[in-house]
Design a protein around this ligand. Sequence first.
Ligand code: ATP
Ligand code: MG
Length: 170
Amino acid sequence: VDVVPVPDPALVVLVGASGSGKSTWASSRYRTAEIVSSDALRGVVGSGEHDLDASADAFALLEQVVAARLGRRLTVVVDTVGTDPARRRRWLAAAHEAGLPAVAVVLDTPAGVCRSRNAARDRPVPARVLDRQLATVAATVGLLDDEGWDSVLVATPDVPTHPGNTPSTG
Ligand code: ATP
Ligand code: MG
């Protein structure tokens, strides 16, 4: 249960490394049509969600979807790693031009949890890539407060732990 409700309609920009739970967070709260995902769009215009060669086309579509939904004052949840400051600035400006609040949601999942979830996946992100994402997300958290978001929410997912399964930090 979220303590702080997210306004609706709104722009919701997710920030989190691979395996932090962004897509899970979004799909448990929003309808499919309200969520725009760079991974999903890679699957639409490329050979699959992990087809990095399709990134440019996927992000071009993502920008169109964000602009079109905000222009109609419809909620849009942007499911990307969220660490590109220029993209964040553009989305936030578009939301405010449309008169919608803009909310950043940080999936502040411990690094060790992201790593173990990633390792358990069919198509893990390379460890070096995940480490870079974790570092960039950590640096991004410090930037958000000065970017003009109406609110910055930090979602700390309840991470199931038991003795012997303590997530390693890093
Ligand atoms: P990516 O950037 O690679 O798309 P993501 O941030 O969207 O990653 P998810 O796909 O939502 O991450 O979650 C990764 C894995 O962690 C999934 O197997 C999911 O079931 C699990 N997971 C996500 N959130 C939680 C949670 N709150 N509690 C337990 N498991 C979770
Ligand atoms: Mg995802």
